[in-house]
Write a protein that binds this ligand. Structure first.
Ligand code: ADP
Length: 408
């Protein structure tokens, strides 16, 4: 089945087209329409890439997501750049939806009720869910006969027990406003934990005994504790702000800091939110950049704030490895994924330094020599009880798989 995966942000539409069969999965094309609607979409950029071919990039006005989708569909069937001959070859569309609240513990076929439910939880993800809905509505208009599926970032973590997802707040706040830990990056944590689980099975550890800590380190970062394939805890909370130090997000924080900022700097709630979400993290601590490559270069050149930013991130990863080993009652594997997790051996090394007592031992040559492969690489010492894997995440493929499975 040909599946179109759509990931809509407020000013972007990312897409990937897959051919999903029981015996093979193939990415046919991918791309992005960026700066959609900004200044009327006058400076929008469209990129389209077919594996094995040069990327096509052009600037053209894209005022809204419907126009962006039109452009994608037109390109997919284009005589030169296209990869299918007609739109009716598309068997289904899978959408990334950021927040599913407590309503969705797995992917679902989209109908009016599902759209209403996604709208209802939009309060919890005001930047993301409305954008995801724009993508769904554009597809409903342009591909009215094609079944659409929603795949939620929060769904994988719905298996958490109450002791992991409740905050120590008055219980009514959970009942009335849904204030609890939801967790995000669920599609990524699920994907890499499946790959790691398969590798552990191959070396003789049965699926129901597997205890895996997954570490997604990108611009946004989170970790999850996965027991026998189910998420039992994760670092992000009601929103994607909690947990690790991220590109521009602060992560874990004493909540009393927020009113203190109000007293000292007269920050309004919105200003405080902006500070915590966009001016903190690697950027705020280092004063250099939100991009790990820049922060690492500055740290190597002696910038102490950049060094501190790296230390905070790695220390937090290590703390959560320990916490999750305790929550899981042991550890079979630690997985690193996403931009930093896949590409920065230094961060992997520092994050796991001193965890040998847990049975974790990274082999430096394997860590620094790790090459990318879909099934990931094992960077641990062959004799260490805990495996450490670097596994490239593929959220789009996971969405395409869920979509094909639900539709067929
Ligand atoms: P997002 O959360 O936006 O998907 P990514 O997973 O692409 O982000 O991660 C971006 C982070 O990965 C940046 O801090 C970047 O510095 C870091 N990174 C390090 N090395 C690379 C690399 N070779 N390619 C891409 N990103 C890298």
């Amino acid at each position: 089945m040909i599946v179109l995966v759509v990931n809509c942000g407020s000013s972007s539409l990312k897409y990937e087209l897959f051919d999903i069969r029981s015996e093979s999965e193939k990415a046919l094309a991918s791309g992005v329409a960026d700066r959609v609607g900004i200044n009327g979409g006058q400076q929008a950029v469209f990129k389209h890439h077919v594996p094995g071919c040069a990327e096509v990039e052009r600037e053209q006005p894209i005022p809204d997501h419907e126009v962006a989708l039109d452009l994608v569909l037109k390109t997919l069937v284009d005589g030169e750049q296209g990869v299918i001959s007609a739109l009716d070859e598309i068997g289904a569309v899978g959408h990334r939806v950021v927040h599913g609240g407590e309503k969705f513990s797995q992917s679902v076929i989209i109908d009016d009720e599902v759209v209403a439910a996604i709208e209802e939880v939009a309060e919890l993800a005001p930047l993301h869910n409305p954008a995801n809905l724009m993508g769904i509505r554009a597809c409903t208009k342009r591909l009215p006969d094609v079944t659409q599926v929603a795949v939620f970032d929060t769904a994988f973590h719905q298996t958490m027990e109450r002791k992991a997802f409740l905050y120590g707040l008055p219980y009514e706040l959970y009942e009335e406003y849904g204030i609890r830990r939801y967790g995000f990056h669920g599609t990524s944590h699920r994907y890499v934990s499946i790959v790691a689980g398969r590798r552990l099975s191959e070396i003789g550890l049965p699926a129901d005994e597997q205890k895996i800590v997954t570490t997604h380190l990108g611009n946004g970062s989170s970790m999850a504790a996965v027991k026998a394939g189910r998420s039992i805890d994760t670092t992000m909370g009601l929103t994607p702000l909690e947990g690790l130090l991220m590109g521009t997000r602060c992560g874990d924080l004493d909540p009393a800091i927020v009113p203190y900022l109000h007293d000292k700097l007269q920050l309004t709630p919105t200003e405080a939110d902006t500070l915590l979400n966009t001016k903190s993290g690697l950027l705020g601590v280092s004063g250099v950049s939100s991009d790990m490559r820049d922060v690492k270069a500055a740290a190597a050149a002696g910038n102490e704030r950049a060094q501190a930013a790296i230390e905070i991130l790695c220390y937090r990863v290590k703390k959560y490895v320990g916490a999750y080993a305790a929550a899981l009652g042991g550890l079979s594997a630690v997985v690193f994924t996403a931009g930093i997790g896949e590409n920065e051996p230094l961060i992997r090394e520092k994050s796991l330094q001193g965890t040998e007592y847990l049975g974790i031992k990274v082999e430096p040559d394997r860590n620094y020599g790790a090459t990318k492969g879909r099934d990931g690489v094992d960077i641990s010492d062959p004799g260490s009880p805990v495996r450490v894997y670097v596994i490239p995440t593929d959220e789009e493929l996971m969405i395409a798989r869920d979509t094909a499975e639900l539709v067929s």
